[in-house]
Design a protein. Structure first.
Length: 499
């Protein structure tokens, strides 16, 4: 299989003629070659998107929405096939890959409905015989730069709202997941998207990213990835006064109080910490346990972590797939000596898994760190792997203090049966997403998704909030009085009392 760029409605190779490999991280098998783009390909994609913008912005929004409905139907039809390819391309187990595709379907249908909404305000004017209202206006050409951990869902979070609002798009997916990106573009092509409205450029972010972000034809950059890259993009784009929407890192915590249903809490921790091998920005990489239940919690968590079965995500028996790449595996594993040096204890896991067939892939054992203090690096830095750090706290106040002590603010949760504690937690957590008696993952598409502090730059994806990223507000005044009316000027006319 060979994967190509999609520019101005045509599948084409890069002008470089070079390729890169798309491989299965569970066994190293090659799935495809992909064309390796250079700056000239970015230029072509941006030019095509700019040209298409002139006509796409004039297509009635309900018609744009209809194309998205059709795309949702095609995604539904292809769900199983896409999920299988996703498991092979980036490793997550099949049930989770199906969930990823489903989240893309949900987002596509949800946003398709915005074709007939996109509400603005109609408000009274302060002068007589005058009309006042606000409408949404597209930004122009959007650069959608997406990660590999949700290779279908996250691109839909960006591309679908951009399209329904009348923007055109240059899509630069992570180089680990070109296949799923090609599939999404195929779906939108089949759904009837006109040429040039969505363009795909495959290749490495470090080689293409700066050129794309600073390209004068790009109006808005929507990026999901690390806080470091988000800051770099924001710096480049900020100088050019471009809008940037960033979804960045997390150091999400589950707080377990001494009155919690511990069985429920352990289920939530295992799912949130080790699902997707911990490669979610919402993953629970900290557990803040009330001292009264900490020993019991650790015993049970360690027991469960040791039972999880590593393997290829397409096998029914597998609980946890590989990490996406060798470099991610090395990065995650490099935190083990850091933890030990700082005085933490490895209560479960801690090793790169090399037994039998696992040696061919990038597997890391599910790892539980205990004796962790809130200021240790393993309690502060995003690890993005199957590693969670248990920190003890004496009461709710201390737990909330620890919760809020990192630079990130994406997701958190509390397990408690005390309604007063739950409400205090909801009020005081400095995160964009808060759960009660559930883990930290599993956000639904109809609510805003994103975080506070270094997790983002104030924008939100999903929900109605997504519309604010991909549109400008235009306020409109229509004076039908037939005479000069002066707002804010102290005259009798202003009150309508003049003859
Ligand atoms: C991400 O990891 O970047 O809430 C997105 C969740 C998923 C989305 C995660 N719905 O875990």
């Amino acid at each position: 299989m060979h994967l190509q760029n999609y520019i101005d409605g045509r599948w084409v190779d890069s002008t470089s003629g070079e390729t890169f490999e798309d491989t299965d991280p569970a066994n190293g098998e090659m799935l495809a070659t992909a064309t390796k783009s250079v700056a000239a390909d970015v230029d072509r994609a941006v030019d095509a998107a700019r040209r298409a913008f002139d006509s796409w912005r004039l297509v009635p929004a309900p018609k744009r929405g209809e194309i998205l409905y059709r795309a949702g139907e095609i995604l539904l039809r292809r769900k199983d096939e896409l999920a299988r390819e996703m498991t092979r391309e980036m490793g997550k187990v099949l049930a989770e890959a199906r969930g990823d595709v489903q989240e893309g379907i949900d987002m596509t249908y949800y946003i398709a409905g915005e074709g007939r909404r996109q509400f603005g305000d109609v408000v009274p004017a302060e002068l007589p015989n005058k009309w006042a209202m606000s409408v949404r206006h597209p930004q122009g050409v959007v650069a959608a730069i997406t990660p590999w951990n949700f290779p279908l869902a996250i691109p839909t979070w960006k591309i679908m709202p951009a399209l329904v609002l009348g923007n055109t798009v240059v899509f630069k997916p992570a180089s680990y997941t070109p296949l799923l990106a090609v599939r999404l573009v195929e779906v939108l092509e089949e759904a009837g998207l006109p040429k040039g409205v969505l363009n795909l450029v495959l290749g490495s972010g470090s080689e293409l990213g700066d050129h794309l972000v600073t390209h004068p034809g790009i109006d808005l950059i929507s990026f999901t990835g690390s806080s470091e890259t988000g800051a770099h993009i924001s710096e480049l784009a900020g100088r050019l006064l471009k809008r940037v929407s960033c979804e960045l890192g997390g150091k999400n915590a589950i707080v377990v109080m001494d009155d919690a249903d511990l069985d429920l809490a352990i289920d939530g921790i295992v799912w949130s910490a080790f699902g997707t091998s911990g490669q979610r920005c919402t993953a629970a990489s900290r557990v803040i346990s009330h001292r009264g239940v900490a020993n019991d919690l650790i015993d049970r968590l360690v027991g469960r972590a040791k039972k999880l079965r590593l393997g290829h995500g397409l096998e029914d028996s597998t609980d946890i797939g590989p990490l996406v790449s060798k470099s991610q595996l090395e990065r995650v594993h490099s935190y083990i000596p850091v933890a030990e040096k700082e005085g933490a204890t490895i209560a479960a896991g801690g090793r790169v898994a090399r037994d039998g067939a696992l040696a061919k892939g990038f597997f890391h054992e599910p790892t539980v760190l205990v004796d962790v203090k809130p200021n240790m690096r393993v309690a502060q830095e995003e690890i993005f792997g199957p590693v969670t750090a248990v920190i003890e706290a004496s009461n709710l106040d201390e737990a909330i203090k620890v919760l809020n002590s990192t630079k990130y603010g994406l997701s958190c949760s509390i397990y408690t049966r005390n309604v007063n504690d739950a409400f205090r937690f909801l009020r005081d957590a400095e995160t964009g997403i808060v759960y009660v008696n559930a883990g930290t993952t599993g956000a639904e598409v109809q609510l805003p998704f994103g975080g506070m502090k270094s997790t983002g730059n104030g924008h939100r994806e999903a929900g109605r909030a997504a519309l604010d990223v991909y549109s400008e507000w235009k306020s409109i005044y229509i004076d039908y009085s037939g005479k000069l009316q002066r707002a804010q000027i102290d005259t009798a006319e202003k009150t309508g009392m003049a003859p």
